[in-house]
Design a binder for this molecule. Structure first.
Ligand code: ADP
Length: 451
């Protein structure tokens, strides 16, 4: 079972890694295809704009064999004919708008670009340029992946350009932040892929966690059943032997022995009774019944009862239990039986989980804090690790460390206590360090608070 579980975990993990790797490579491919598509569209945009610009330029270009005339005459005719260059015909804004429209028409709305028109009349320096052209041109020379620089000659693609004497011009278009643009255009795909991958990982994690918790719980239940069987069998076996002994002729005649065997039977019976009680307490715990059965209680009176209840056990263990009943107001609303049990469990544990070589020293304190009474049970016992502390209130949990396992119990006591404290609108917390003892702090509202 354990092997199968590990195998399944490994297989699912591998599949997950595989799926993520494949998705990554697919997305990379999609981005590359998208980039090519965008590049194609950009070319279309450029083609359209260049066509439009050239058309305009050619319309008014002199279709005369001007080159046969002397130079001075050429210039005069050109001047008479009016603007001949793109830079003269169009403003930056107009070219910009042409590009914007073309980008939009080709589905590339929002593409970032700069442009310039260069002319041979000023040694191919920009005659007309968008505001940030120079800066992006410089950047483009360094980072060609993110800046596409395209140069187009502004000549008619259909007509015979030699007929024109207008200056030679070139259009430079820089499209930048391309990586971002491509990413943005596939972002929804990345988003959906990431989302579904996260869902799969989360579901996988939850499944593993649930299986582990169930496994742990089933182990704890098995432990509990073994423990309970053992705990109930021991007194039964002792009683059976004692009863057999009673049949012995020698014993029948001996009054002292009879009494002592009777005492043994009674003790074992009591022990069994307590254990059955404990199990029933946990199994039949009806919080509603507890809530209905609340009466006014005085914590200090309850403490007295508990002191008497534990007198024998304290004596047997050579323990020293001190009660510091400092609270000036000790009136609470509580269930007469469950309230005693819930505090008793803490003292019982303080005695049970003591160190073998040191006599238990336990301090029970009450004090008021705001409108609460705080009951503290502090011991000098074996203490607990942080991990144990986080689990002790779970049903069936028992710390399996060192000699702790020798201490009898069902792992139900603290779970019951916590449920009870909550039924009394209180809180319980533990502070402990392994080998240094533990402190349990129960805070309960005073009677005035909950009526
Ligand atoms: P049980 O005592 O029957 O095992 P509990 O619910 O009362 O069950 O306690 C759960 C576990 O918490 C115990 O098995 C023990 O490991 C730990 N524990 C409880 N109280 C103390 C304490 N005072 N000192 C050290 N460990 C404790």
């Amino acid at each position: 079972m354990k092997k199968l579980f590990s195998l399944i975990t490994v297989l699912i993990t591998l599949s997950l890694i595989g799926i993520i790797a494949i998705q990554y490579s697919w997305l990379k491919n999609v981005a590359a295809i998208r980039k090519d598509q965008i590049a194609g569209k950009v070319e279309m945009v450029e083609f359209e704009v260049v066509e439009a610009l050239v058309e305009e330029k050619m319309r008014s270009a002199p279709q005369l064999p001007l080159d046969v005339l002397p130079k001075g005459a050429q210039d005069q005719i050109m001047q008479l004919l009016g603007p001949q260059t793109i830079a003269e015909r169009f403003s930056v804004k107009e070219v910009q708008e042409k590009f914007e429209k073309a980008f939009e028409a080709n589905g590339l709305k929002g593409a970032k670009f700069e442009f310039a028109v260069l002319s041979n009349t000023n040694d191919y320096g920009p005659e007309l340029a968008s505001p940030d052209y120079e800066r992006h041109y410089e950047l483009g020379l360094k980072d060609s992946a993110n800046h596409w620089i395209h140069v187009w000659p502004l000549v008619s693609l259909t007509e015979d350009e030699t007929t024109s004497l207008a200056p030679e011009e070139k259009l430079v278009l820089i499209i930048y932040d391309m990586q971002d643009f491509v990413l943005r255009s596939v972002s929804w795909m990345i988003g959906v892929a990431v989302l579904f991958t996260l869902i799969i990982i989360a579901a996988f994690y939850l499944t593993i966690r649930t299986i582990l918790t169930q496994k742990k719980l089933s182990e704890m239940k098995t432990d509990f059943i073994n423990n309970m069987t053992h705990e109930l069998r021991t007194p039964l076996a002792t009683i059976a032997i004692a009863v057999d002994t009673l049949k012995n002729e020698k014993v029948i005649g001996n009054r002292d022995q009879l009494l002592s065997i009777g005492q043994i039977i009674k003790n074992e019976n009591l022990r069994m009774n307590t254990q059955v009680e404990q199990i029933l307490q946990a199994a039949q715990l009806d919080i509603n019944q507890v809530l209905k059965g609340k009466v006014e209680l005085h914590v200090h009176e309850v403490m007295k009862k508990i002191q008497d209840k534990f007198a024998l056990q304290v004596g047997e263990r050579n323990a020293q239990v001190t009660y510091h009943l400092n609270a000036s107001d000790d009136g609470v609303m509580g269930h007469p039986v469950h309230f005693v049990n819930m505090i008793s469990n803490l003292i019982d544990n303080a005695l049970k989980y003591s160190k073998e070589d040191i006599a238990p020293v336990i301090e029970v304190t009450t004090e008021n804090s705001r409108r609460n009474i705080v009951i503290t049970v502090k011991d000098n016992g074996i203490g607990m690790t942080k991990d144990t502390q986080s689990k002790i209130f779970d049903k069936f949990y028992r710390a399996h460390t060192g000699n702790v396992h020798n201490v009898k119990g069902f792992g139900l006591g603290l779970n019951y206590t916590r449920k009870m404290v909550e039924a009394h609108n209180g809180t319980i917390l533990v502070k402990s360090q392994l080998g240094e003892g533990s402190t349990f702090i129960v805070t309960l509202p005073l009677k005035g608070i909950i009526g």
